[in-house]
Write a protein that binds this ligand. Structure first.
Ligand code: NAG
Ligand code: NAG
Ligand code: NAG
Ligand code: NAG
Ligand code: NAG
Ligand code: NAG
Ligand code: NAG
Length: 486
């Protein structure tokens, strides 16, 4: 190396040092905000302009974040822009549920939790390959899986936190989740001040995108569960999108109320004849806080319902976990033909779970299905066909054994669960096999159509009226009380 080039080297090193010493105090002093305006990524040529203190307060929450200087500058600029927007400003940024402005993400819902990952905010999004089937053909989008993107949450004070991503795929059972920690500001607003917060999702995947790709408003649900008698624990059941099966709803709720559930959440997709609204209104008047409705119809997005049998059911399950996890010690998502039945000596699911699992750190309890079927595969008997009877009265023939090749459901302990799927293994903590003698999931598979299930053949099924005998009268009494209670 010649003398000349080593002189140049030393000069460059000195220059870097001088620039660094000049820059450091500005970087450390939060009142001194500087913005990069250079288009060139060479740090030596980076120039800064100082802004007055008037603007600096607009992004109080900003702390340098991002991997590269470009990314940092982009995020810093966006954080200042976001902090300057008022609550109702017309920012033209799509609001959840929506397709993100860059076309990469279809986000259905968002909720915050103070128990999962400590404190976090989770966006529930449609799996990228499913987006192609549900988005109308004329909408241009380029779904990218979230782990191929660099995403950030920006809160309304300008604070920025990184987004962690999870794409879950198990057969047809798919969902994408984005999870970002709450900044101090956001958690204060949510938990201490009980305020709605505005959060933006920003992407630094595309370098020239200067504003966030979507926004959302997040509140914490009210904690309004009355503690159950035996254990002070709250048990929540969410139910999958209804396809106009509201007529089966009241008996299902009243049954599960009898066995200890204290909160019911209905993911509403369709409500022809306002049947559901009528039921929900009665519950709201008579048992305030018992039944919640979450609107799960995205007709506003003009989606093509390509997946008739799975209208964002996995997404709804995660929404239920995130939205209700903080309020529920135990939580499950069942269809209206599924009943969780405690067996002798337990009168309620609460008693059984409390006594068997107590405060042990477990992720979930695995419930195998017991199928009840129509006696004759090709026609209902008159008794089975009589929908004026309760579902638990109509069917009295069941498969001899529990079905153990899938189709199980879980009772989750949201505190210790991260991610779920409808019928399969969860990530996270242990899955417990409860005693089949003490609890089971009864699945009235033929409730709304003739159906053959494994173990239900003519020479296989057994007659079993025990559930009818134990519960039918009490469910009917509870239903009468529900309808007539003043
Ligand atoms: C797509 O088509 C639907 C109906 O044909 C129309 O309502 C909608 O505005 C179109 N969207 C775009 C982005 O062109
Ligand atoms: C939080 O806000 C909700 C709705 O705005 C209100 O009903 C509830 O009582 C508030 N809770 C607290 C602890 O202030
Ligand atoms: C709790 O138990 C007592 C006595 O068994 C009963 O009178 C009361 O109604 C129960 N309360 C609730 C909220 O279930
Ligand atoms: C959503 O609601 C609209 C209007 O009630 C209805 O036409 C549409 O079928 C619903 N979508 C689904 C998937 O149920
Ligand atoms: C359920 O959703 C439909 C639109 O899909 C809406 O018309 C109806 O009012 C909703 N029902 C309730 C109880 O929220
Ligand atoms: C089942 O129903 C069909 C149609 O009603 C009838 O022809 C058949 O005999 C029934 N089978 C039995 C075993 O009852
Ligand atoms: C079942 O009931 C419906 C009316 O609710 C009736 O049309 C049908 O014929 C009945 N089927 C049988 C097998 O009894």
């Amino acid at each position: 190396m010649g003398l000349k080039s080593s002189k140049i080297c030393i000069s460059i090193v000195l220059l870097i040092l001088i620039l660094f010493i000049w820059w450091l105090p500005r970087y450390m002093n939060p009142d001194y905000i500087s913005i990069t305006i250079t288009q060139n990524s060479d740090p030596l040529r980076t120039s800064y302009i100082d802004l007055s203190n008037d603007i600096s307060h607009l992004a109080d929450g900003w702390k340098p974040i991002g991997h590269t200087l470009d990314e940092q500058n982009l995020l810093h600029d966006m954080s200042i822009v976001v902090a300057a927007w008022s609550e109702n400003s017309e920012d033209n940024i799509p609001t959840v549920p929506c397709l993100s402005a860059d076309g990469h993400l279809l986000v259905l819902s968002v909720a915050a939790s103070r128990i999962r990952y400590g404190v976090s905010l989770t966006f529930v999004a449609v799996y990228p390959t499913d987006m192609k089937t549900v988005l109308p053909k004329n909408i241009s989008s380029h779904p990218l899986s979230s782990n191929q993107q660099s995403l950030w949450c920006i809160f309304s004070d300008g604070s920025v936190t990184p987004v962690y991503t999870y794409d879950s795929k198990y057969g047809n059972d798919r969902v994408s989740l984005l999870d970002c920690p709450l900044s101090q500001f956001a958690s204060d607003q949510l938990w201490r001040l009980n305020q709605t917060i505005r959060v933006y999702l920003a992407s630094t995947t595309t370098k020239n995108r200067q504003i966030p790709i979507l926004k959302a408003f997040v509140t914490v649900p009210m904690v309004s569960i009355s503690p159950s008698n035996s254990s002070q624990e709250s048990f929540t059941l969410c139910t999958s999108p209804l396809h106009n099966k509201a007529n089966y709803l009241v008996q299902w709720i009243e049954f599960h109320r009898l066995v200890g559930f204290s909160k019911f959440v209905i993911y509403n997709t369709t409500d022809t004849n306002n049947h559901l609204s009528t039921i929900v209104n009665i519950y709201t008047q008579k048992y305030p806080g018992l039944v919640d409705v979450v609107q799960w119809n995205f007709s506003i997005l003009g989606l093509v319902d390509a997946l008739k049998t799975r209208y964002f059911q996995t997404e709804a399950l995660h929404d239920c976990l995130i939205r209700y996890g903080d309020q529920s010690e135990w939580l499950g998502m069942l269809d209206l033909d599924e009943y969780i039945v405690p067996l002798d000596p337990y009168k309620t699911v609460v008693d059984y779970v409390h006594e068997t699992f107590g405060r042990r750190i477990i992720g979930s309890i695995n419930l195998w299905s017991q199928f009840f079927c129509n006696k004759n595969a090709s026609a209902y008997t008159p008794e089975e066909n009589d929908t004026n009877r309760l579902t638990i009265e109509r069917f009295s023939f069941r498969a001899r054994n529990l079905y153990k090749s899938g189709r199980e459901k879980y009772l989750y302990r949201p505190r210790f669960v991260q991610y779920l799927s409808i019928h399969h293994q969860i990530n996270g903590l242990s899955k417990e096999q409860p005693s089949e003698k003490h609890i089971k999931l009864v699945h009235y598979a033929s409730m709304s159509r003739l159906r053959t299930m494994p173990g239900c053949g003519t020479n296989e099924y057994v007659k079993d009226t025990s559930i009818r005998d134990r519960f039918a009268d009490r469910v009917k009494t509870a239903m009468v009380a529900m309808i007539n209670k003043d």
